[in-house]
Ligand binder design. Structure first.
Ligand code: SIN
Length: 174
């Protein structure tokens, strides 16, 4: 049985819909989470794309997430799930007790669905208004923010957006 490590930083953290042999916290260097990728297949539609995460190269920054050890067969499922612009990248992943080489799915700036940077207010509005076959864009953001807090992972970009979206929806932030 051939095995591989997958680093998850977005929905792979809170919706691992695949079998895994183990999961551990992990981090990768020189990347930051950003809601800069458009989604018309999961959290939006062709006419009204939602915004989901990708990783942006950021020298000196560290992205913390969850790492899964899976059998190679799982890759076909993940390739399909992450098909809207994401590509596999090989990375070194720091686990609590060792460094392993593995794979992370990144949507780069050349992919057709890439939306890029925008003011947080604009991103928050777009998230509030978008819904797709997998559910609302708000769910994607709030479930991620909750999962990161549970894992004690700090992420200003995500938490600021979560607070803005809660505000817009009249919910209190704690
Ligand atoms: C990931 O979670 O690692 C990839 C991006 C996503 O599916 O949200």
């Amino acid at each position: 049985m051939q095995e591989i490590w997958i680093f998850g930083y977005g929905s792979l953290i809170w919706r691992p819909d695949f079998p895994f042999l183990e999961s551990q916290p992990g981090n990768i260097c020189h990347w930051s989470r950003r809601f800069w990728q458009g989604s018309h297949d999961h959290r939006g539609t062709e006419n009204r794309p939602g915004r989901v995460l990708t990783l942006i190269a950021s020298k000196g920054k560290r992205c913390c997430g969850l790492t899964y050890r899976v059998t190679k067969e799982v890759l076909a499922h993940l390739d399909h799930r992450e098909k809207n612009g994401y590509e596999r990248h090989e990375v070194w992943i720091q686990l609590p007790s060792k460094k392993v080489s593995g794979i992370v799915y990144i949507a780069n700036q050349q992919n057709a669905a890439f939306l890029g940077e925008a003011p947080l207010e604009v991103i928050a509005d777009q998230i509030c208004q978008s819904e797709g076959p997998s559910g609302s864009n708000v769910e994607y953001l709030t479930k991620l923010a909750t999962a990161l807090k549970d894992l004690r992972i700090e992420d200003d970009h995500v938490f600021q957006l979560d607070a803005l979206v809660r505000d817009k929806r009249g919910l209190h932030t704690n």
